[in-house]
Write a protein that binds this ligand. Sequence first.
Ligand SMILES: Cc1cc2nc3c(=O)[nH]c(=O)nc-3n(C[C@H](O)[C@H](O)[C@H](O)COP(=O)(O)O)c2cc1C
Ligand code: SF4
Length: 480
Amino acid sequence: MFKPAERIIHRPDPGAWPDAEAAAVSRLFSPVDVGPLRLATRTWVPAMVPWRATPDGEAGPDVIDWYARFAKGRPGAIVIEATGIRDVPSGPLLRIGDDRFIPGLARLADAVREASGGETKLLIQLIDFLAIKRRPDRATFLSRFLALTDRHRAATGETADAAVRAALIAMPDAQLRGVLDARDWESLAQGFRERVTDMDKPHIAELPAVLPGLFAAAAARAEAAGFDGIELHYAHAYTMASFLSALNERPDGYGGARENRVRLPLEVYRAVRGAVSQKLAVGCRFLAEECIPGGNTAEDAAWFGTEFARAGMDFLSLSRGGRFEDALQPKPGEAAYPYTGPSGYECMPAYISDARGPYGRNLAAARAIRSAVREAGFATPVVTVGGVHGFAQAEAMLAAEEADIVGSARQTLADPDWFLKARMGRGSEVRTCEFSNYCEGLDQKHKQVTCKLWDRQDLAPGMDGLSHDGKRRLTAPAWE
Ligand SMILES: Cc1cc2nc3c(=O)[nH]c(=O)nc-3n(C[C@H](O)[C@H](O)[C@H](O)COP(=O)(O)O)c2cc1C
Ligand code: SF4
């Protein structure tokens, strides 16, 4: 994981908690409309992949328990983790690419409704992602995978393939880097990664033709399963964010100028809106800033947000960073991970930080984006996240018009009851997130995600609900 050079320690401090009367008249615990939905409070649990769907991508008991546990804290809304819209194996990532996934997702929706007494609205985050390969072994890559060209022959002075490959293997890295083209060097150093600009590949060239239909079919399944809304995943390192990215130079009218980059995201939105009833809220999550050299700025995001609002989206959820372009080099045999570099740090900053600190890094951009959307005449609610772990902080974000709804991911993982505790005037009982990113480390290794503050608590031999290695509980202990 990337660590800012300054290494300043910023201990979390939730600040003062309200009593029940003050909570009842607060902004945070007041209702808000999200398109056709009325959220009982302005609290929102953003998508978090917990790596606990069944091996076939179904919503089995582990994933249902995980969301039912969040629902007990009665947030205004929960967004179910990034869920794959294609019917392709993706390990224990949740999937919605076929009708056979509907019954499991319907059980999940029922469990959330029951656990929250019907109060929490349930959305699902729909994702498409491109292929990424593990970092190869150097000799294997150069002897088997690299497509040889005249450039390699000229640089080695050899003509026979075997001799060219042997000479490349013998070359020091500094020299090899000059001989391989940038993409081959990346495939060797980081592992091969598809891009939306790989127009020579038919399945990439045809993304604008196929994605609206895939997203729309997935959204219709979500409605059949009983969800209240759809969050289109236009953030971080994945396909749709890469269409929006300032680095997208596709020549087919879907890259280059902002007007072109927003085209597919709008086409996907319209297809989804047309595939579900008016009872469902449809919005997207996108990046307030890409946080990579040459990437989208808050000004770009303000423009995109205004276009999304103009198209009729019911909410705009803002994240930050999390791109592949600056990911740290993975070990051989492992895949690059978009939350390991500086932009990944911006997405999930930890308590060891720079002078700006880890709490509220997205607020200035969120405020600018929200204000641009308002100036264009749209009242679309904006969901903002960023190290939120206290009532006072959340209330200040709402007062400063940095958010209409406050998203809290890791704090809610640390204490799924924290919204309820604050609302009941029992904030002193909140278990405060340490922002150590132990949970994120598990996510990176594709292990079942838990929180270090509770995953070893009250373990008993043979108890239900333990991780695969039997060492951690999978959901937070009950709050009595
Ligand atoms: C374990 C874990 C999994 C995550 N998975 C997703 C995801 O599926 N989709 C997404 O948009 N963001 C994901 N995020 C990012 C969070 O939604 C959130 O934006 C980020 O943690 C910052 O908010 P926080 O400071 O409240 O934690 C994940 C975060 C964590 C810690
Ligand atoms: S493991 Fe728990 S305390 Fe640590 S960052 Fe994650 S949620 Fe917070």
